[in-house]
Ligand binder design. Structure first.
Ligand code: TYD
Ligand code: MG
Length: 450
């Protein structure tokens, strides 16, 4: 018997409710619910055949990963593409998802793999125009301008590509669900079917998913638990830096990041991030700049924390954070006010991280604090010094991980001194940096005065 009922589904997170809700109780988004028909007896019915396998008989022979042709993407994937995997690439429209995967398609085709690029969004001419701009010529790269999943499935069975790129998952639909393309029901059903094809035929898929807030298209969040790898592609459109962040990876470590740079001829890998975050001019003494050796993903690099402190006009003092969390900035300012008795209440404070990168590493706290003090007191920090340490509420400077790698990176980039927490001073034998150890935020003032 086919039981059918309607449910209301949040377009952002997939939360289901039997009645319409104005605000989603799960992700707190307003006006995100739409009605979806629900078929309890849907396309997953099968004839009852099954096969049980002894655990001891399960083959451990893993098919070898293959390279995407992009070293940064390979790094985030955990060493390349695993055959039979489903990889979701999410990101804002215009960030460069289609560009990245067209370049991956070309490189993989050059390496002898057969690639199928399904475009449901752009016409074949538009793809061709992008390919011309990227100077792509690949004989084993095939395009399919289609939105129906059943046709894609036929095409995969006939052409047997190694890698299938779906641009985008929101435009694909299956006839077995009656709701419109991009709805949560369609997204789920199509992804389940693609996962079946991926596993049965050992083909790998990249699914492009737009992250939108207007509720017109369901966000890729609802798909995260159905795919093997979830990568977010971030970046500010008017800056060249793009960051690949893995938030789920069944075959590798999460929280890995990759750096790319968008240029006139597509995306280039950035293998040495320190060079793009440090402006050559910053070696001039300017107040409000501090260099921090940070560690994100699995590598250290240097970034510049920039602060501008100016006396505020009437009304509330402004606090603006770009590249770090606003609450983290508030906490650092509060510690400086309380522990160093700085009168920052009457000051507007702007803090920015170079390059448009969003910084999570707590070790940058000390550099941010140093940059704020430097701008407030209007003197420049020594240009050969880096700062690293986590600032606690008590004003103590806490130890952070991977000290050796951070300091080696600072040394490689030509820095001579490092201000670091007191209790981390014993471990370094091979570091040729002058280490200035501090215990407390008030020690920072003394060090800076020298
Ligand atoms: P696109 O890959 O279409 O983004 P998405 O698929 O995520 O929506 O790229 C969009 C932007 O990238 C567009 O604004 C133009 C820019 N771009 C470059 O700067 N250089 C290039 O070589 C290409 C192909 C695009
Ligand atoms: Mg696109």
């Amino acid at each position: 018997m086919v039981k059918s009922a309607a449910v209301f589904v949040c377009g952002q997170c997939g939360y289901e409710s039997i009645k319409w809700l104005g605000k989603c109780p799960s992700c707190q988004t307003w006006s995100s619910f739409s009605e979806e028909p629900r078929n309890f007896n849907n396309a997953h019915t099968h004839n009852g055949d099954y096969k049980v396998v002894r655990l001891t008989d399960v083959s451990m022979e893993e098919s070898a990963r293959f390279s995407s042709g992009n070293a940064e993407l390979d790094r985030v994937l955990g060493g390349g593409i695993v055959p039979g995997s489903l990889i979701l690439l999410g990101g804002d429209p215009g960030v460069g998802k289609s560009t990245l995967l067209l370049q991956v398609a070309q490189k993989s085709a050059d390496n002898g793999y057969k690639i199928l690029y399904l475009t449901g969004e752009e016409s074949l001419r538009q793809i061709k125009l992008r390919a011309e701009r990227l100077k792509i010529k690949a004989d084993s790269l095939f395009l399919l301008n289609e939105q129906r999943l059943e046709i894609l499935e036929n095409c995969i069975r006939q052409t047997k590509p190694h890698l299938i790129i779906i641009d985008s998952i929101q435009t694909v639909y299956t006839d077995s669900v009656s709701s419109i393309p991009g709805s949560v029901a369609q997204l789920r059903e199509c992804t389940v079917k693609l996962a079946e094809i991926a596993k049965k035929m050992e083909r790998s898929f990249f699914l492009i998913g737009h992250v939108t807030k207007d509720g017109a298209l369901a966000g890729p969040k609802v798909l995260e638990h159905m795919v093997d790898v979830v990568i977010y592609f971030e970046g500010e459109k008017n800056l060249p830096l793009r960051v690949l962040r893995s938030v789920k990876n069944r075959y590798g470590s999460t929280d890995e990041i990759g750096f790319l740079e968008m240029g006139g001829e597509g995306l280039r890998e950035v293998q040495d991030p320190s060079y793009i975050f440090l402006d050559a001019r910053q070696r001039r003494p300017v107040s409000g700049l501090a260099v921090c050796p940070i560690y994100e993903g699995s590598r250290p690099f240097l970034i510049e924390a920039q602060a501008l402190v100016t006396s505020s006009g009437p009304g509330y003092a402004r606090r603006m954070a770009s590249g770090i969390d606003q609450n983290r900035l508030a906490l650092i300012i509060a510690v400086l006010e309380k522990r160093l008795s700085l009168n920052l209440g009457s000051q507007d404070i702007y803090v920015k991280v170079s390059g448009g990168f969003f910084l999570k590493d707590p070790a940058a706290d000390l550099g941010i604090a140093a940059a704020i003090i430097s701008s407030y007191q209007n003197f420049s920090l020594p240009v050969d010094t880096v700062f690293a340490g986590e600032v606690s509420l008590s004003g103590m400077i806490g130890k952070v991980s991977f000290w050796e790698n951070r300091l080696k990176e600072a040394e490689r980039m030509g820095y001579k001194k490092a201000v670091i927490p007191e209790h981390s001073r014993f471990n370094f034998k091979e570091i040729n940096l002058e280490l200035i150890t501090i215990e407390n935020i008030s020690d920072l003032l003394k060090v800076m005065e020298v």
